[in-house]
Design a protein around this ligand. Structure first.
Ligand code: ADP
Length: 253
């Protein structure tokens, strides 16, 4: 019996060692991937700037010599370059999350959300959106990533509104034992059940850019920020009726 226990213990220890090794390898490959994303996006900016600037020159200096088709080609090329620039900027942002660049400070989340709303004021006014603020706590947290998190989620709530009704967005938090649970809910287009996890994966979008602009990186950034905080993020949604995005932040960061 003792031999059996010993054997089991040894097997368990071996398994633990293997698991540890795999975790370390995974962490390393993640780090390398992030580094790659950072370097690639950083170094892509300069040649892209060149493409855009020569396209602009071409249009400016030779516009009168070009026919309509050529003008259209320049427009498409310029549009492509502009989109690529946005993808690069978003990728850079994505690879920056969790690098420990920010300090942990005391944050009044109500003030922080008000600042985010201020920045999106134009969009809120054009859509005549109603914003409801619930109870929001003071937290010890990295301020800028938290701001970006709210900004992405509120931005999406505004962007994916329903054309049939006035957008109503509610932002609130609920205190749990060791964490705070935040909620950003909207009465927008909603998300089908099968896509509720996919949307948090980088570059995954449910719409063509003709319908809604975007790069499909916003929610992946949100997930990375929340992971970095040690919390969780998820969505509950009724397709065609609206969505509620939840995320948690531990009280002890
Ligand atoms: P983007 O908005 O650039 O496409 P995101 O990563 O922010 O990228 O979102 C991924 C997808 O999730 C979006 O393309 C959209 O289909 C869906 N989505 C995100 N937020 C909402 C929302 N509030 N209501 C409905 N769909 C949403």
């Amino acid at each position: 019996n003792i031999t059996e226990i010993k054997q089991k213990e040894e097997a368990l220890e071996l398994l633990n060692r293997e698991l540890k090794k795999h975790t370390e390898e995974l962490a390393l490959s993640n780090k390398e991937l992030e580094q790659f994303a950072y370097i690639a996006s950083h170094d892509l900016q300069e040649p892209l700037r060149m493409v855009t600037s020569f396209l602009t020159q071409l249009k400016k200096k030779y516009s009168d010599q070009l026919d309509e088709k050529a003008q259209q080609y320049i427009y498409f090329a310029h549009d492509g370059a502009t989109r690529m620039r946005q993808i690069i900027l978003d990728l850079l942002e994505y690879s920056r999350v969790g690098r420990g660049e920010y300090q942990v400070v005391e944050v009044n989340t109500k003030d922080l959300v008000s600042e985010v709303l201020m920045l999106q004021k134009r969009c809120i006014e054009t859509q005549n959106a109603e914003i409801k603020l619930g109870k929001l706590p003071d937290l010890k947290v990295e301020e800028l990533p938290l701001k970006q998190l709210f900004s992405n989620l509120i931005g999406n709530a505004l962007k994916y509104h329903s054309k049939d009704r006035r957008p109503v967005i509610e932002i609130s938090a609920e205190e749990k034992d060791v964490y705070w649970e935040f909620k950003i809910s909207d009465n927008g287009i909603g998300i089908e059940e099968e896509f509720k996890e996919k949307i948090f994966v980088i570059f995954q979008r449910l719409h063509h850019r003709d319908e809604y602009e975007g790069t499909g990186i916003g929610l992946a950034i949100c997930k990375k920020i929340v992971d970095h905080f040690g919390g969780e993020i998820w969505v509950e949604s009724a397709y065609g009726k609206g969505s509620s995005f939840y995320f948690t932040i531990p009280k002890q960061f």
